[in-house]
Design a binder for this molecule. Sequence first.
Ligand code: NAG
Ligand code: NAG
Ligand code: NAG
Length: 352
Amino acid sequence: MQPTTGLMIALVLQEFLLTSSGIKWLSVASVAGSDRWNEDGECDRLQGLHRKQKAICRQNVEVMAAVREGAKMAIDECQHQFKNRRWNCSTFGAIHLFGKALKSGCREKAFVHAVSSAGVAHSVTRACSSGALDRCGCDRSIYGRSANGFEWAGCSDNIAYGSAFAKNFIDAGEKLKRSESSQLLMNLHNNNAGRKSVEDNMRIQCKCHGVSGSCELKTCWRSIPSFRDVGLVLKDKFDGATEVEQRKIGTTRHELVAKNKQYKQQTEADLVYLDDSPDFCEPDNRTGSLGTQGRLCNKTSKAIDGCELMCCGRGFNTRRGTVTERCNCKFHWCCTVKCSRCKRDYEEYVCR
Ligand SMILES: *[C@@H]1O[C@H](CO)[C@@H](O)[C@H](O)[C@H]1NC(C)=O
Ligand SMILES: *[C@@H]1O[C@H](CO)[C@@H](O)[C@H](O)[C@H]1NC(C)=O
Ligand SMILES: *[C@@H]1O[C@H](CO)[C@@H](O)[C@H](O)[C@H]1NC(C)=O
């Protein structure tokens, strides 16, 4: 362990105490075992749930395992999509930090909200299709013969149910804030954009029936995209996110409009943000930045994963090592694989 680790943890914990954000419900990801939800009081014991979310939880204990799964998927996907960036989503996923994403209204926070609500919509929808839940199943509103000549049959994923549940549960955590603050509008917008990223990317899957694989009868159903595809869509939205500001409509209501009037207005599916992102170069407990000291970087890349940008010009150290690997594997009839062991030298580059 590096001597800086203790300090880092101290900073991170401090940061947690300063937190306030509509994303604290992600603490559900830390509940162990799906059967836990049947226990009395689990919903009330969970820190991070707003009063209204606790009520929804109590009324829907059978759905909560899917909510937990959705939260976990969201954290994993965020860390995957951001692994080569200065902010690598670790504040979002670290065990003590559920709910602590980022303080200001920056792009990274927009992504966190969108991917989380997409995660819950996706996971609850899948649970409906699997038959695990009493209150929802396949989407039976899709049936009959399609215009393309196939028969709708099989279990179409019930994204309407999953999406509605995600909206109900997650947005309930946002409403605690006074009036229509711009942050509230931003969070609600991005929560919705996340759900849309699943809804708008539904697939059609088909199966052929007939003698020896002929396709005399083709039956199809609608299915949700893989969560990796949802993550990719949202990462694109992150790159093209719209900077917005609050505008008053009428006497009491507000809306978000593009700050730069030359740009097109955001659509429902776009991500929006209010504040520029911090550079995430140094640890800063006000912004949710852990800094990039100690991060691996790519010596030859000119992009954000390259040492120049990743290390913010502070330079990098070269670490050399040797790994032993299996190599020259040969298959012997039947059925063993024999390998030699080879040593390989490697170099890696670590930000100062
Ligand atoms: C972190 O926040 C505390 C206040 O809670 C402050 O005293 C400290 O200086 C901050 N540290 C950094 C590195 O910003
Ligand atoms: C993400 O960044 C933090 C600090 O910058 C680091 O401690 C952590 O190991 C990184 N995570 C990954 C998966 O690289
Ligand atoms: C480093 O970046 C270069 C150029 O972008 C790329 O070809 C290479 O695969 C990267 N190396 C690693 C280890 O990711």
